[in-house]
Design a protein around this ligand. Structure first.
Ligand code: SF4
Length: 223
């Protein structure tokens, strides 16, 4: 049963590229870079043929622009060469395993990115693990892992069917707004009693910052 994400479901390439742009930056910056690409070239076909420097300039707002431009252009050219066009709608007939197999073969596109495609473009039951998901699951004591990839492997088969998108989205928001990387707001955390984070007492005693504006913008829910 596909997930009901508000609005029309984005295309496979839109999600792949938006997720690539969002690496090591904020969702707001990567959304600007994504919009810049769309406005500048109008299609992924034209982006594939664009000059590398021009692509880099369009996405420089989101950082690591050299690497991201090279990997996006290479992805687009290789997909077009293999499938004859960049219309990938036929992939909706592919299994999850076949989707992972296809996109993981492209440099710079990892498990998290492909899991995002499965959830946001295809409505599949997948569980992308980013830095927030990895951190919060470790602090809560649900896993004890040293990387996002290992967290993914530990939990991907134990999350109840149909709950992966909801859990992914809520953990990102929780990690951004409460269980922050540097200064978690343990004093106001509703999971304080369950949490296994050894420094939670230290952080509970710190003052809660005056500005607790919520940061809930998720690029893949907005493309
Ligand atoms: S108590 Fe602190 S470390 Fe634990 S989950 Fe809550 S915010 Fe995160």
């Amino acid at each position: 049963m596909p997930y009901e994400i508000s609005g029309d479901r984005p295309e496979i390439l839109d999600v792949l590229i938006a997720t690539k742009l969002s690496q090591n930056t904020t969702d707001k910056s990567s959304f600007r870079a994504f919009t810049n690409l769309k406005e500048k070239y109008g299609s992924w076909e034209k982006t594939a043929d664009a000059d590398l420097r021009s692509i880099r300039n369009a996405i420089k707002v989101c950082g690591l622009a050299d690497t991201k431009a090279k990997e996006i252009k290479s992805l687009l050219k290789n997909l077009r060469k293999k499938f004859g066009s960049l219309d990938l709608e036929f992939m909706h007939d592919y299994s999850n395993g076949k989707i992972y197999g296809e996109f993981l073969s492209h440099k710079g596109f990892g498990v998290k990115t492909v899991s995002c495609v499965l959830i946001f473009a295809m409505g599949r039951d997948a569980f992308p693990v980013d830095t927030h998901v990895h951190r919060t699951l470790n602090r809560l004591g649900i896993v004890r892992t040293s990387s996002a990839e290992k967290t993914y492997e530990s939990v991907k088969d134990i999350i109840p069917k149909g709950k992966k998108y909801e859990l992914h989205s809520n953990l990102i928001k929780f990690g951004r707004n409460i269980c922050k990387a540097k200064n978690p707001l343990c004093g106001v955390c509703f999971l304080y009693r369950q949490c296994r984070f050894e420094d939670k007492i230290k952080f509970r005693e710190k003052d809660t910052p005056a500005d607790t504006t919520e940061n809930n913008f998720i690029i893949l829910e907005n493309i």
